[in-house]
Design a protein around this ligand. Structure first.
Ligand SMILES: [Zn+2]
Ligand SMILES: [Zn+2]
Length: 330
């Protein structure tokens, strides 16, 4: 039994409206990328080193697994379904961090790159994530969820075996509130983004009705966003065609990045709006009807330095048009 001191809490800074997750238990994580020698908990044969799978692909336990989703042993939140401790940002003691934190083990083999995964398995993996996100969307007490990837040490990974993470929270995080606030000022913010990307030659690639674009102000060279051409709020409610297109585009874009900068570290994260039931109580801003879920892929080429942290503005060495052209040609 963990003490209260060890359970994850949210610390809120009223001066900056910044929220920090304090999860002291994560200091116990093995860090293979900092030289620790470990028995990899994600390899086939080592399943006893993780909690039992919540979901696996293929579904039949008679066949060997190709991907599995398990609870994170070092979570940033505590799962207490249905019991919200209230709004963040209230004065007083740090508030417990409630939600769900899981690991998506993307291959039974000890490989580092998603490029080593068979495309059909990769498609099944995105289906698995979609299914898990849909289940969480029905769970009371949760407001928002994402799936994100840290690939390589500069991107924050502590284990090299290919994996990503799934987090659901009982509040709407600042990055989403900021997008909702800005997007709410125009009728069709993502349609405008796509039209402008076409006009400025920032489209990298298309698959089905998904488009990969370099955003207007990329924080790093080769930053790319993948989004559907037409409005759709939630990835967890999308079609299998779009799931397949997302799988194809993620492998293709990481392949292009890898040819430009071999083994470049990168992050990606899914942005979807808060769950419908959570908007009234948590978001503070309505979800525009024409919002598009999107996956933001950010290579980690330049570290975050003093100006980024102190001024909140990024400095990059590539123009958006140049990044898009080089990705297209790679
Ligand atoms: Zn492994
Ligand atoms: Zn976004």
């Amino acid at each position: 039994m963990r003490s209260t001191h060890d359970t994850p809490h949210l610390h809120h800074d009223p001066l900056t409206a910044r929220t920090v997750f304090a999860a002291p238990g994560r200091a116990q994580r093995p860090n293979e990328l900092e030289g620790a020698t470990i028995r990899c908990p994600f390899c086939a044969g080592n399943e006893s080193l993780t909690p039992p799978a919540l979901l696996r692909s293929p579904r039949s336990a008679a066949e060997p697994w190709r991907a599995r989703i398990v609870p994170n042993r070092f979570p940033i939140v505590t799962d207490t379904a249905g019991d919200s401790p209230g709004e963040i940002g209230q004065p007083g003691a740090p508030r417990p961090a409630h939600g769900v934190h899981e690991v998506v083990i993307e291959s039974p083999a000890h490989v580092r790159s998603i490029l080593a995964i068979d495309p059909a398995d990769w498609r099944s993996l995105w289906e698995l994530c979609r299914e898990r996100l849909a289940t969480l969307a029905d769970q009371s007490g949760l407001a928002w969820a994402t799936v994100f990837k840290n690939s390589g040490p500069r991107a924050g990974a502590s284990l090299e075996h290919v994996h990503s993470q799934l987090v659901a929270l009982d509040f709407v995080p600042p990055a989403i509130l900021a997008e909702l606030a800005v997007a709410g000022r125009t009728a069709d913010p993502f349609g405008d983004l796509l039209r402008q990307a076409a006009f400025e030659n920032r489209i990298v690639e298309e698959a089905g009705d998904l488009v990969a674009v370099v955003p207007p102000a990329p924080r790093q060279p080769f930053e790319t966003w993948i989004l559907p051409r037409t409005a759709e709020l939630y990835f967890h409610a999308t079609t299998s065609d779009r799931v397949a297109a997302l799988a194809a585009l993620t492998q293709s874009l990481i392949g292009r990045l890898d040819r430009l900068l071999p083994q470049a570290d990168y992050n990606w994260w899914l942005h979807q709006p808060p769950y419908g039931h959570a908007v009234a109580t948590h978001a503070g801003a309505p979800v525009p009807a024409r919002w598009h879920w999107h996956l933001e892929i950010m290579p980690r080429i330049n570290g975050l330095a003093g100006f980024e942290l102190g001024a909140g503005c990024h400095i990059t060495t590539a123009t958006p048009q140049d990044s898009a052209r080089r990705l297209r040609e790679a």
